[in-house]
Design a protein around this ligand. Structure first.
Ligand SMILES: [Zn+2]
Length: 389
């Protein structure tokens, strides 16, 4: 029997913020990711599928696959687990471990006005949801009714997975966020040589940014070195906890290889908790010169964390030099182009795309289709639209 597939973005279509995609394979109902923004402004709209021809209730969801632990891919987990009570929720072991730190770091699972009692209830619910996640490692096929699902390494952040869904006649890849270059903590994405996909659902953050060049962390090392060598302390602030973890690894490696002057490295409490947990899962980043943040400390030192002074977090010297460290964990436009060209799937569904860069919305499609060997049809999937594949 020919597999019937329908796809509806519930959030994270042509936007970054609430990645959640409904995939119906014959009679089976799947959610790929369940993200929202920490302030709740962007959240998945389940009303798109709670109507004919889809579902009467979210209890009919069979499986939820979580690609990685960033808030915009997992922020709605507590709610979903409480309403999709029949669904199996799957992630890699590292993603499961990271989710706790990532959700609480951004103010808890349900920010906004609520009583202490309501908040406690929500936190218990999230805790229960995280504990219910079924873990599976990379390259280990999970035989589920009607299809086989395999996680492959996606790069991006530790634990991140591409989700491959195989039916007797279809091969679908959901990339989640991924990277084509190794980072301080991950390799690039790794897919088996022989695998082929007829449909790819691609998180293409830079699909509309042809002139975008990926900034790396290393460009900051020169100024960090000069500051430390001159006896100044500094705090390095990142937008995400996993980015702070990556900065910690880069600074530690710089000090270990003597590319940076030796100095104590202090950490945000959440970062320390996360790094300690990951040490126990064999991702070893911590060094003897890494410490919890003291109240006061003579310099020079480096402080690393997600939020700088003024955020209410402990910090040894608010007057120290501060730097926001930002870098991209996503493929550039040209890397995306190469990625699509390599697999040349029949259908390319682009989701999770950032704003159009000066009218460049369809450049990627036009450039790829200019080649006679390109067999792909491109869909820039919009929230709430139904795509029959
Ligand atoms: Zn991500």
């Amino acid at each position: 029997m020919k597999t019937k597939i329908r796809f509806v973005p519930l959030g994270g279509g042509q936007e970054v913020g609430a990645s959640c995609y409904f995939l119906q394979i014959n009679e089976r109902n799947i959610l790929l990711d369940c993200g929202k923004t920490p302030n709740g402004v962007c959240a998945p709209q389940f009303s798109f599928i709670l109507k004919p021809p889809f579902l009467e209730s979210l209890q009919q969801i069979d499986h939820i696959f979580i690609s990685h632990s960033h808030y915009d891919h997992v922020g709605e987990l507590g709610y979903l687990a409480s309403v999709c009570t029949r669904a199996g929720i799957y992630a890699t072991p590292i993603t499961k471990a990271l989710i706790t730190y990532m959700l609480w770091d951004l103010g808890g699972p349900y920010p906004g006005a609520m009583t202490a009692q309501q908040r406690e209830h929500e936190e218990i619910q999230l805790d229960k949801a995280i504990r219910s996640i079924i873990t599976e490692g990379y390259c280990r096929p999970m035989l589920l009714s009607g299809y086989t699902v395999t996680f492959y390494e996606a790069g991006h952040i530790p634990g991140a997975a591409m989700v491959h869904i195989q039916t007797p006649d279809r091969s679908i890849l959901y990339t989640g966020d991924f990277s084509c270059q190794p980072s301080a903590l991950t390799s690039s994405y790794i897919l088996p040589d022989k695998v082929q996909f007829d449909t790819m659902i691609i998180c293409g953050v830079h699909a509309k940014h042809p002139s975008y060049a990926s900034p790396g962390i290393s460009r900051h090392l020169g100024s960090i070195k000069n500051r430390l060598a001159s006896g100044y302390s500094m705090y390095l602030e990142t937008s995400q906890l996993t980015k702070a973890w990556e900065v910690l690894q880069v600074i530690n490696e710089g000090m270990e290889k003597k590319r940076l002057p030796a100095a104590p490295v202090y950490m945000d409490r959440q970062l320390l908790l996360l790094a300690e947990k990951m040490e126990r899962m064999n991702i070893r980043v911590l060094k003897p010169w890494n410490h919890a943040c003291p109240r006061h400390s003579p310099g020079p030192w480096v402080w690393i964390g997600r939020k700088a002074p003024g955020s209410g977090r402990a910090f040894p010297d608010p007057q120290a030099w501060g730097k926001k460290i930002d870098f991209s964990l996503h493929p550039t436009y040209h890397e995306l182009k190469r990625f699509i060209r390599t697999y040349n799937p029949k259908t390319v569904i682009l989701v999770h795309t950032g704003d159009d860069d000066r009218g460049a919305a369809n450049c990627l499609e036009a450039e790829l289709m200019a080649s006679a060997s390109c067999r792909s049809q491109f869909i820039y999937a919009e929230n709430g639209e139904i795509y029959t594949l």
